[in-house]
Design a protein around this ligand. Structure first.
Ligand code: ADE
Ligand code: ZN
Length: 348
C-alpha cells in the first residue's frame, strides 16, 4: 500500500521551484571535479565528505556548502552539475524546474559571472530539447553580503535578461532582513526580473511580511514560520502567495525537530498555495520525490494531498499561460488514470 503510493508520488508530474544548483553537488562529483582541477579536498573520500553532512543550523550548512563550490571552476563543471541534477529530477517526475544560482559565490572567487550562467543554461536547454523538461533560471543575491554587492551582481545580469528570469535572496537569514535589499529588488523589478526571496526559514514571520511589502515577492521561499502570525497566514491565503517549502531541508537544518512536527500539510489544508521542493538535495538526504515520500511516512500525506501540491507547483511556476495549462492537463490526466495504467497498480 505505502509502496504503491510511493510509486505514485515518484511518477507524479510536478514542478520544482526551490532548488539551488550548487546544492546538488554530490560528493562523488565533488571528488571528480577536484581531480579534474588537481585540487585537494579536506576529506579523504566521498563517504567521509557525506558523513560530514550533519548540521546544527543554517549557518553550519552554509559553511560546508560555500566551501564545496571551490571545485566549480569552468563552464563544463557547471554543465556537468546541472545535467546530473536534471537526470535525477526527470526520474522524480519533474516536468518544469526553476533553478537558483548564487553568482556572488563564484565571482568572489574570480570565476566570471558568465561561467556559471553559460554552463547551467546549456544544460537546461539540453534538458528542454531532449526531454521537454522546461526551466527558468533565478539568480540569488547573498543577504550576508552588502547591498552594493547585490547591485553589482544585478548589473552583471542585465545583459543576460533573456536567460535569467528572476531574482531571489538567500544565505544567512537571521540578522539580514529583506528590508536591506528593498532598493536592489525595486531596480530588479523595474528591469523585468520576477522577485522571490527566502524568508521565514530561520527568520521570523516579520521577515515574510517584509519580503511581501518591501521586496514585492511573487513567492516566498520556505516561509514556514508564517504560522507564528495568524493574520499573515490569512493574507497569504487571500493573496494566494505561494510558499516553496522544503521539508527534508527543514529537518536537516533543525528548523523542525522531527518531520512529524512539520506544518506543511497543515498549511496546505489551511488553503495556502504550498509546494514541496528539495532545496539542496545533495546535502539534505533527498531529491524532490524523496521529500514527498518522507511526508507520507511522517505525516500520512495522501494521494489527494500530493496531487494538490503538484497542482500548486504548476500554478506557482513562472510559466506562460499555455504551458501552465498543458502541465495542469497532464497532471489531471495522470491523477485520474486508472492505477494499473499509470504506474503499476498503486491505488489499492
Ligand atoms: N542557500 C542554499 N540553501 C539555502 C537555504 N536553505 N537557506 C538559505 N540560503 C541557502
Ligand atoms: Zn533555499
Amino acid at each position: 500500500m505505502g509502496e504503491d503510493l510511493d510509486a505514485f508520488l515518484r511518477a507524479l508530474p510536478k514542478a520544482e521551484l526551490h532548488l539551488h544548483i550548487e546544492g546538488t553537488l554530490e560528493p562523488e562529483l565533488a571528488f571528480e571535479l577536484a581531480r579534474r582541477h588537481g585540487v585537494r579536498l579536506a576529506y579523504p573520500d566521498a563517504a567521509a565528505l557525506r558523513a560530514a553532512y550533519d548540521f546544527d543550523d543554517l549557518q553550519s550548512f552554509l559553511d560546508l556548502y560555500y566551501a564545496g563550490t571551490a571545485v566549480l571552476r569552468t563552464e563544463q563543471d557547471f554543465y556537468d552539475l546541472t545535467w546530473a541534477y536534471l537526470g535525477r529530477a526527470r526520474a522524480d517526475g519533474v516536468r518544469h524546474v526553476e533553478v537558483f544560482f548564487d553568482p556572488q559565490t563564484h565571482t568572489e572567487r574570480g570565476v566570471p559571472f558568465e561561467v556559471p550562467l553559460d554552463g547551467i543554461d546549456a544544460a537546461l536547454r539540453r534538458g528542454e530539447r531532449e526531454w521537454g523538461l522546461t526551466s527558468r533560471l533565478i539568480l540569488c543575491f547573498l543577504r550576508h553580503r552588502p547591498e552594493a554587492a547585490a547591485f553589482e551582481t544585478l548589473a552583471q545580469a542585465l545583459p543576460h535578461r533573456g536567460r535569467i528570469h528572476g531574482v531571489g535572496l538567500d544565505s544567512a537569514e537571521r540578522g539580514n532582513p529583506p528590508a536591506r535589499f528593498a532598493r536592489v529588488f525595486a531596480r530588479a523589478r523595474a528591469e523585468g526580473f520576477l522577485p522571490v526571496a527566502h524568508a521565514g526559514e530561520e527568520g521570523p514571520a516579520a521577515y515574510v511580511r517584509e519580503a511581501l511589502d518591501l521586496l514585492r515577492v511573487r513567492r516566498v521561499d520556505h516561509g514556514v514560520r508564517c504560522e507564528e502570525d495568524p493574520a499573515l497566514v490569512e493574507r497569504l491565503v487571500r493573496e494566494r502567495i505561494p510558499l516553496t517549502v522544503c521539508p527534508l531541508s527543514n529537518l536537516k537544518l533543525k528548523v523542525v525537530p522531527d518531520l512529524a512536527a512539520h506544518n506543511v500539510l497543515r498549511l496546505l489544508h489551511r488553503g495556502l498555495c504550498v509546494t514541496v521542493n528539495s532545496d539542496d538535495p545533495a546535502y539534505f538526504g533527498g531529491y524532490v520525490a524523496d521529500n514527498f515520500v518522507a511526508l507520507r511516512r511522517a505525516l500520512g500525506l495522501t494521494r489527494a494531498d500530493a496531487v494538490a501540491l503538484a497542482r500548486n507547483s504548476f500554478e506557482a511556476a513562472f510559466l506562460e499561460p499555455a504551458a501552465r495549462a498543458a502541465h495542469l492537463a497532464a497532471l489531471a490526466a495522470f491523477a485520474e488514470a486508472p492505477a494499473a495504467q499509470a504506474s503499476g497498480g498503486f491505488e489499492r
